[in-house]
Design a protein around this ligand. Structure first.
Ligand code: G
Ligand code: MN
Length: 366
């Protein structure tokens, strides 16, 4: 059993007791101390179960869970209450459709048992079918955004990273869609849907702009995404395939075989997020990427950090030796840009140079 549990309580002690009671289980706990904070977390993260206290200032627990049911129906809702106000009880049961209604004082063991039961309910067949259907609809309706990648010295746009933007109430952000793809083991379907749209974008763009397309590790095991059957096959020569280090532990098709397949059709390979913990130097050695993308955590505040500057300077040196082009990702301020240009990065990406935008806006801004 694994899952992500969001605990909402304005008293931190309760949440601490619970984390301890469930310590042995492979669960991840997130905590919020108000309804507003809980919604912010749900917008940003895939959560399996929410446990909320009823009595909180401003928005009550049962009101919060009504909103959660409306906007994030997959999240199983549990309420914990010390008061026996009939209205809020009726609201919790009828409108928020809570899975369990727990009376305080309630031992952490009792709450833990309810969480275990809640996670068990997620496996039902009809729920799984419904999730597959929602995922299919999300793939059919999603949009792609383009974020410019520009030359460090002349600021000219040389490429664009393709980023997926779901338009489905069940998946408010790309992280929700990704987490669901992983849960359903359908990452190749997500990548195929993106690849198919990339082809129409390609025809609208000038040929000297490269398209940087992310691929998920599991898709490397699906040859139909990489060989002549791939929707990208006819346009691979203008494409840079972005992979992260997690790709190196893929079990199916050998990474090298997969990379050789797309390279032989003219694509280049980028190692994404170097420095984030996903991608390490061993990945550089085994992929021999044509492009290396430095994670934005290395770029943030680089103008005031000698440590980050030192690391990036050595990455510039390494990339030159390997004949790879180095991209600084997540450049947000003129001072960060000045520093990474000074250090010798070849290409820049980040909000300062351009936010991800629909194709039409991307073309207008160039
Ligand atoms: O992991 P990858 O490098 O593919 O992620 C790209 C993500 O980073 C996109 O979701 C994009 O919206 C985001 N992003 C791009 N530029 C910036 C930036 O300058 N600042 C921040 N915070 N995020 C950015
Ligand atoms: Mn990327």
């Amino acid at each position: 059993m694994s899952g992500v549990i969001l605990l909402v309580d304005d008293e931190p002690l309760v949440t601490e007791g619970l984390s301890r009671a469930l310590f042995a289980e492979p669960l991840r706990f997130l905590t919020a101390n108000s309804a507003r904070q809980a919604i912010e977390i749900l917008e940003a993260e895939q959560v399996d179960v929410i446990v909320s206290d009823e009595c909180m200032p401003e928005v009550s627990g049962s009101e919060l869970l009504c909103e959660v049911r409306r906007r994030f129906p997959d999240v199983v809702r549990i309420i914990l209450t010390g008061q026996s106000d009939l209205d809020s009880t009726i609201r919790a049961i009828n409108q928020a459709a809570v899975f369990r209604y727990l009376r305080k004082p309630c031992s952490p063991q009792r709450v833990a048992a309810a969480i275990r039961e809640a996670l068990g309910t997620q496996g039902s067949e009809s729920a799984a079918r419904e999730l597959h259907d929602a995922f299919d609809t999300a793939l059919a309706t999603m949009d792609l955004a383009l974020q410019p990648i520009v030359g460090a010295l002349d600021g000219r746009t040389v490429g664009a990273e393709v980023l997926c933007r779901p338009r489905h109430p069940r998946f408010p952000g790309v992280l929700h869609l990704l987490a669901t793809a992983e849960r359903l083991q359908r990452e190749p379907d997500l990548d195929r849907a993106v690849f198919e749209r990339v082809r129409s974008i390609r025809t609208a763009l000038s040929p000297d702009i490269d398209l940087f397309v992310n691929i998920h590790p599991r898709s490397l095991g699906d040859p139909s995404l990489l060989d002549d059957r791939s929707p990208l096959a006819p346009i691979l020569s203008g494409t840079v395939i972005e992979v992260t280090e997690r790709a190196l532990i893929t079990e199916s098709l050998e990474l090298h075989e997969a990379m050789a397949m797309v390279r032989s059709r003219g694509a280049r390979i980028a190692l994404d997020d170097l420095g984030a913990g996903h991608a390490g130097l061993a990945a550089v050695a085994s992929l021999c990427p044509e492009v290396i993308k430095l994670d934005m955590s290395l770029i943030r505040g680089i103008d005031t950090s000698e440590v980050r500057s030192g690391i990036v300077a050595s990455m510039v040196e390494m990339s030159r030796r390997l004949g790879a082009r180095l991209v600084a990702e997540g450049v947000e301020t003129p001072a960060e840009r000045a520093r990474v240009v000074d250090l010798g990065c070849d290409l820049l990406q980040g909000y300062l140079l351009g936010r991800p935008a629909p194709l039409a806006d991307f073309l207008n801004n160039r």
